[in-house]
Design a protein around this ligand. Sequence first.
Ligand code: BES
Ligand code: MN
Ligand code: ZN
Length: 501
Amino acid sequence: MDIATSGGAPLEAEVDHLIIFTTKGDDLISSGTAGALNDALDGGLAPLVESGELEGGKSETVLLHSFGRIPAGRVVLAGIGKPEQAELDDVRNAAARAARKAREIGGGTVGVAVDGEGCGWTREELGSAIAEGLELGLYRFDRHRTPTKTPNTLEAATLFGGEPGAIGRGVSRGRALAGAANFARDLANEPSNVLTPTELAARAEAWAGEHDVEIEILDEAAARELGMGSFLGVAAGSHQPARFLILRHRGGGEEAGLGYCGKGITFDTGGISIKPAANMEAMKQDMSGAAAVVASMGAIADLGLPINVTALAPCTENMPGGAAIKPGDLLTAMNGTTIEVINTDAEGRLVLADALSYANHLGLSPLIDVATLTGACAVALGDVATGVMANDDELAREVIDAGKAAGEKFWQLPMFSEYEEQIRSQVADIKNTGGRLAGAITAAKFLARFAGETPWAHLDMAGTDDANKTRGVFVKGATGIPVRSLVRFAEARAAAEGNDS
Ligand code: BES
Ligand code: MN
Ligand code: ZN
């Protein structure tokens, strides 16, 4: 969608739909654009307030027809809640909701009134939040459906408000963030017979090309050369050749830079320890971690962040078959650690073992890995929060803060040394499962062996990579979590390091 800015008055906008944000409380229809609209309608909003139809609450969307009183055909009033409590994420969600409403009732063009000075946000922050909300909220994945009728589309949006230049800078930033999240969604929503490791590599290559990111794609022979026995062990059962993706953004600084590792299982059958049939189709999304780290690199490059960042994504299917690894088998990871495979369905940690080893080999620091790793994490935190486990509490804090700014929730789980007992092996250095208790943490403890001394945080998004219903910026299906947090994390790091761009 095309998103423009204008310093003109929103109530004079010649658009099909005008989106106006409303706040809960006394100012609801007495100030800002909602106030101006009420005046233009000769106090016509008051009865809606009296009847309780219009309150300005966080999930409220009220549709009005303008009957020629203003040039816009319709008005969508989208609530963001009490002004003293409202966050930018409420603006993102309101923009997303309102845009979907406008599309649903016909599409065309939309104007957005950039209000919100009352909440203390800058024009740039507002422009960014609105653009992010529009792009994320309007996302749909319909490339494999034959349309029965022409779907409604919103063709163009214009953001109306003072300091259009500042709003425009925000729009570019919001579009970069949402564009990356939507790319990750596209990858994760794709069926596994379409998005094989080879196809994932091809799409990552195209993405890297579009965003001026360097990319290197290792095939199985190259991975073998590097000693990635753990990653290749998982790949052994599949007829689809595995790929290990390396994307680099060189933004500046002396260090090798940040390392983002993403689990790229394009389909997880469980392998020989095969999964039950119910819901197995959801395992086409077991590459959302890889999708997230690859996608985030596009936005990091678009924003020209003055920091070096490398994304690593080990990509393979996890299949049973004559060549597949079996319970009891022994694998040796790139860092020399020997692994006893107890359950072939605990494959994510096996591929990440080599990604983290390779990240250390490259000298990357800090490391953040992203994975749909354990059902246990989904049981603990549901579809609301992504689990964070780290060997460095300060780093965990930074990730959580980046998530707050992004509107992506994280919650830290403990990494007490007692948990390590559960993954001790009699035949190897470590085994790949630790029993039923604390499954998310024992998986993280396994990964910790490969992160070594490097500051590292592990994000388990088994519960949050997919939304079972549309809510605000999240559209049913792949969420694109934690792309926007990863970009903000890099941004915060770059700012803290004070590198020159
Ligand atoms: N990809 C799954 C985890 C998962 C489950 C993600 C449900 C999203 C929704 C992972 O590879 C897996 O199978 N984990 C096992 C580990 C167990 C065998 C120790 C699990 O969580 O059951
Ligand atoms: Mn599995
Ligand atoms: Zn998996």
